[in-house]
Design a protein around this ligand. Sequence first.
Ligand code: CP
Length: 338
Amino acid sequence: MKHFLNTQDLSRSELDALLADAARFKRSPQGDALQGKGIALVFFNPSMRTRTSFELGAFQLGGHAVVLQPGKDAWPIEFDLGAVMDGDAEEHIAEVARVLARYVDLIGVRAFPKFVDWQLDRQDRVLQAFAKYSTVPVINMETITHPCQELAHALAMQERFGTTDLRGKKYVLTWTYHPKALNTAVANSALTIATRLGMDVTLLCPTPEYILDARYMGWAEANVAESGGSLTVSHDIDSAYAGADVVYAKSWGALPYFGNWEAERPLREQYRHFIVDEAKMALTNSAGFSHCLPLRRNVKASDAVMDSPQCFAIEEAGNRLHVQKAVMAWLASQSATR
Ligand code: CP
């Protein structure tokens, strides 16, 4: 049984098939691929796009989504094996995942890091525990990566360039300032998918402290070796933007300061000028600009960039509906083992 935890787990033909299916769902939104099927959407963190697009995507394919927020409208869950459960958690993931799998055909999970200890968070324990105990496919709705966003981003780039072959395009993933230290998930994912598609990728960040976790840098290097393209790390704004075809923005916290965010703040505060603005975009090859959203205007990107024809963030967000239909239809077509 396949889960959808990371795009890196997919073969290239599986990845291409999902993107092609998503394009078909975009042209023809209704269907019966989930007729009579259910999906549990388990949210440990807030969402606007993910929740809306999964719920409506399931509905438009004849299925039904149940949203659960453990600790709010569902019981708090314990994830440690062997835990003496005398704290807040009322039930263990070993029961939760197996029971949900008796009711539904798919389980989506959103579980951000706890932002205290990266060595713990990088284990992706919540997602991995659902995948371990569930007898139906599990979908990553954003944990320490965001593979659904990757697919939506990839489809949007293919649409923008009018081709599924993005090799040779210069792609800049730029860190941007944010008043809070944020998750690295979308940055990890952007690096993963852009290198997988054979693009010439530059990771632009203020200092070496903002380079991403070795696992994702390693995936990117492996992808370059397999797909062609290139991977460059840069701390120089002008040379990174020069000639870019795509600029993708995201803010994230510096991993060496993980859990010690007040100590990171003086470093981060020095780099407010990493905002994506018209002057930087003027250095590019009329690049498309995008961001996963939500985005703080005039902090991460200027109004002028967000409102320019170069910005395809809305198209990308819209594509979440179509790519997630493709993922749900694909996984649900596997025979359930419950
Ligand atoms: N991009 C994204 O996942 O948006 P939400 O956090 O609103 O779901």
